[in-house]
Design a protein around this ligand. Structure first.
Ligand SMILES: [Fe+2]
Ligand SMILES: [Fe+2]
Length: 259
């Protein structure tokens, strides 16, 4: 048993950098020594800019400063999280900006947003294949249940063919904003050691669907962005390797493992 005295939010001291990945799509990322991964947020600039993930609350101030380098905060129109988890949207304070509206999956809305104390209630709830236009961008929402969480979704920006996959295709380490090497082995080992997927099946169903979109760039929440020339390495690795939970959670072994 461990008594936790929450005097410090995690990731509070992480430095955050911005890089433009594709025309007007920015990666705002910081590397956590504690977890050995980066935490990436994406600002998609447009007439109505969208921030995809907010980072955990400890990173909020630093991420906010970077967003302000790109746009005035009051211009932020949408804040989207892809499943209900603190690194996805611990920075919900972005919604204090008067114009910003939360966008989340129908299940995130029904299971979480509507039922918690003091969580913003006004939001846009989306379902599979719903489209949101923000100016020259067009976002399609893809429901991806049980790819890590019940309420998970992903986002595809159709004009630039940009695919935001949250915790799918993530890699450990602090590498360049866009990958030029194959880190699929590290990805599989990370999944095995973290235990974030209950089973391979829903992840593979989603992977096949994403592959058919033929994205130009993939934007995972941890690690580097993946160019289209390397993307098939990642989809193949998911299809042919086992990576589901096997009794290890964030590197710690449980006594009663699944056989
Ligand atoms: Fe997650
Ligand atoms: Fe995550």
């Amino acid at each position: 048993m461990e008594e936790i005295n929450k005097t410090n939010y995690y990731n509070k001291d992480i430095n955050v950098d911005i890089s433009e990945i594709t025309d007007g799509i920015y990666r705002i990322a910081g590397f956590s020594n504690e977890f050995g991964i980066t935490f990436n947020q994406f600002l998609v600039n447009d007439e109505k800019p969208m921030l995809i993930h907010t980072g955990p609350i400890g990173m909020y101030e630093r991420i906010k400063e970077k967003v302000k380098e790109l746009i005035p905060l009051q211009k932020l129109a949408y804040v989207s999280f892809l499943h209900f988890e603190s690194d996805e949207w611990g920075g919900m304070a972005f919604l204090e900006s008067a114009s910003a509206k939360l966008v989340c999956s129908d299940l995130s809305s029904k299971l979480n947003i509507m039922g918690w104390y003091n969580v913003p209630v006004d939001h846009i709830s989306v379902w599979d294949n719903d489209i949101l236009k923000t100016g020259k961008r067009q976002f399609k929402f893809i429901m991806t249940p049980h790819v890590h969480h019940w309420d998970s979704m992903m986002i595809y920006e159709e004009n630039t063919k940009s695919l935001f996959t949250s915790d799918l295709f993530i890699q450990p380490g602090n590498n360049k904003p866009v990958l030029s090497e194959d880190l699929t082995e590290s990805m599989i080992n990370l999944y095995k050691g973290a235990g974030i997927f209950a089973s391979e099946k829903p992840v593979r169903i989603t992977t096949l669907r994403l592959e058919n979109l033929l994205p130009n760039m993939v934007y995972p929440m941890h690690g580097s962005c993946i160019e289209k020339s390397l993307f098939s390495n990642y989809t193949k690795a998911i299809m042919k390797n086992d990576f589901a939970y096997s009794g290890i959670l964030l590197g710690q072994k449980l006594g009663n493992t699944i056989s």
